[in-house]
Structures are given as C-alpha cells and as structure tokens.
Design a protein around this ligand. Sequence first.
Ligand SMILES: [Zn+2]
Length: 124
Amino acid sequence: MRLGTGVHQLMGVMLGSSRYSKYIQSPAWSTNPARLAELRLSGGRCRLCNRRERLTVHHRTYVRLGQESVSDLTTLCYDCHEMVTAELRKRKYSRKRLPPIIPVGAPMERQLIDSTSGWRHVVL
Ligand SMILES: [Zn+2]
C-alpha cells in the first residue's frame, strides 16, 4: 500500500516540524496498531469516496502523535487526503488577521510577518 508522502510532508510543514514527516515514513507508523485497526475498520476504503486505491491514514488530531487512538485516525484516499489537507490549511490561515491600517502622517513603521504568531509591528 502506497503512502501519500506528499500530503504528509505538507502536514509536516504545517505543523512546523520535521518530526511528523519522519514519523509518517517510519516503521513505527506503518505498523502502528491504531493505524492498522483504522484501515481494517474502514474496510480498506476511503471514508469519503469509498475508493480502495492509494489509501492513506489521516490524523484527525495530533495530540497523541506516536500513541494514536483509532478515533484519532481516518482512512482517506490520496486525493481526498489532499483535499482535506488543503481545507485545513485554508482554515489555519483564515484565522490570521491583517494589521490595522496606518493613518497617513503616522510615524513610520515597518510591518513584518512573524510566521509563528501572525503580524507584528516593529517601530523603526
Ligand atoms: Zn477518497
């Protein structure tokens, strides 16, 4: 069974860590009892489109990364996994707020993007 490494690499980037990417490619993940149980419970089919090809196991939550419960996981085909990942990414970035508009004539400020906490203002 082929793993959707592209999607998983993207999730690693989203989580800001290579730990996830390394884990997903490890024997610990491929033999994870919760992962294997979820594949069995799904009947070896994508839970969104029912396809049997290119299955991946999606993390619904990362709170138990490495010691997942079956309920943390969902079987998805590669295409559905990409769609879900794109939707999650969209939601993540939609929470970021644009900075307030600087009034004309206000002291010069430079606005920087802080990738960890959103917008930040630095007075020069
Ligand atoms: Zn699917």
